[in-house]
Write a protein that binds this ligand. Structure first.
Ligand SMILES: Cc1cc2nc3c(=O)[nH]c(=O)nc-3n(C[C@H](O)[C@H](O)[C@H](O)COP(=O)(O)O)c2cc1C
Length: 324
């Protein structure tokens, strides 16, 4: 590498799956659908994770649940995230998913949403390592795919248990651990505590993926340097910013962003159900405008558009104004 080459994250192997780099798109319910995941893959993300998928929905063969598993060959490798609290059902769901175009299964042990916690799923499992272990064992027993586990630092500041929990997950058969370095009590506020990621790395020999507050490529590199983690996962920072996965980052002008925005609109038209496409496209497209002059006015106009063609026309008109 010569001195002007960007520093890049090296390849990452999880079980039998080799990723081109350790830069990963986080699961984001409501956002990481097929078109957005493909866009991130095309722009440098080495792996994308589905939105969280209920084991109940899968076992009961619910149509909406299966829609979350939609993928295409170009996306591979592809990870599906399962959530649930019943080891037997989680095992059954893992077996179902393994028959599809899927390369990795991730288990959600970090979701802080009350509806999820109340049922003993997500971050509630950080308080119940015995159940968590039974889930990991049930899932790994029913799939030939590598299984990863996504955890938080712990339940609260007084009960940070990620290192011991990760060691338990490794012993139960997990092939990698992702640590969102906030406790349940922190929700999505405050700053992720990188010391916890470092402590998890010291506690296990499987790959550790650090997560929390990565807003640009350099943040990912810094997290890796500070913690020794093997990979990094970006969540909210990637919304409206699929350029995050490359050292050059987000272009400053709409003209610079337009090719990627148009590609997203094309993918959305191709893969999203027609009754959802406009709502979803507006949600994402509004985020692509962050930091541009006149973004607030442009967003307002975008929300008033009645179809994708109108959105393209609006953005191209703005781009011409930018050129003048
Ligand atoms: C809107 C939204 C949806 C999320 N959905 C999921 C999910 O389905 N599964 C999961 O494990 N984490 C989910 N998360 C958590 C993220 O994957 C990630 O751990 C968290 O946002 C911290 O990373 P960040 O600071 O890069 O955003 C979600 C977060 C947000 C903001």
């Amino acid at each position: 590498m010569n001195s002007s080459s960007p520093i890049i994250l090296p390849p990452l192997t999880i079980g039998s799956v080799r990723l081109q780099s350790g830069f990963i798109l986080a699961p984001l319910a409501g956002y990481t659908d097929l078109p957005f995941r493909l866009l991130c893959r095309e722009n440098g993300a080495a792996l994308c994770v589905s939105e969280m998928v209920s084991c109940h929905g899968l076992v009961q063969q619910q149509k909406n649940t299966f829609e979350l598993l939609r993928t295409v060959a170009e996306e591979r490798p592809f990870a599906v995230q399962l959530f649930g609290s019943d080891p037997e059902l989680m095992g059954q769901a893992a077996a179902l998913v393994s028959a599809l175009l899927v390369d990795l299964i991730d288990i959600n042990m970090g979701c802080p949403v009350r509806k999820v916690i109340k049922k003993g799923c997500g971050a509630a499992l950080m308080k119940d390592p015995q159940r968590a272990e039974a889930i990991i064992r049930a899932v790994t027993a029913r799939t030939p795919l590598p299984v990863t586990v996504k955890i938080r630092s712990g339940w609260s500041g007084e009960s940070v248990n990620a290192p011991g929990f990760a060691a338990m997950a490794e012993a139960a058969g997990a092939s990698a651990i992702t640590v969102h370095a906030r406790t349940w009590a922190q929700g999505f506020g405050g700053l992720a505590d990188r010391k916890v990621i470092k402590a998890v790395k010291a506690a296990v020999s499987i790959p550790v993926i650090g997560n929390g507050d990565i807003l640009c490529y350099a943040d990912g590199m810094a997290m890796r340097a500070e913690t020794g983690c093997d990979g990094v996962m970006a969540g909210r920072g990637a919304l409206g910013n699929p350029w995050l996965f490359t050292p050059a980052g987000m272009p400053a002008t709409l003209a610079g962003r337009m090719p990627v925005i148009e590609r997203y609109l094309h993918l959305a038209g191709q893969y999203l159900p027609s009754d959802k496409v406009l709502f979803k496209v507006k949600n994402h497209a509004a985020k692509f405008l962050t930091g541009l002059a006149g973004a607030a006015r442009l967003r307002q106009a975008l929300y008033a558009c009645e179809n994708i063609e109108a959105i393209v026309t609006l953005l191209l008109a703005q781009q011409h104004r930018e050129d003048e």
